[in-house]
Ligand binder design. Sequence first.
Ligand code: SF4
Ligand code: SF4
Length: 94
Amino acid sequence: MREEELIYKGIHGIPVILEPGNAARVDRSSWRLVRPVYNKDKCIMCKICYTYCPDSAITWTKEGPVINLTSCKGCMICVEECPTDAMSEEKEAS
Ligand code: SF4
Ligand code: SF4
């Protein structure tokens, strides 16, 4: 079934997750007004950003977190939760 075929309370085209676990493959780059920027010098490798990102947009590597800006929707949870300000917010170019 496709999203536009779904009807809820008379409304067509309800966004649904048709395939669980597909978050990492969805392109959200056009959703963002701001983007997270990583500063390795301030990072204590706590993995909080990696754990809290709701869209699997952060991959964990030996060098620390790597942000996938195709998957990132700009929610700034990683910026809010980072205990050392190693993640900061930057406006998207308009
Ligand atoms: S801004 Fe949101 S979606 Fe993007 S990397 Fe941070 S927590 Fe994940
Ligand atoms: S939350 Fe901040 S300090 Fe912790 S791993 Fe992520 S960037 Fe580094």
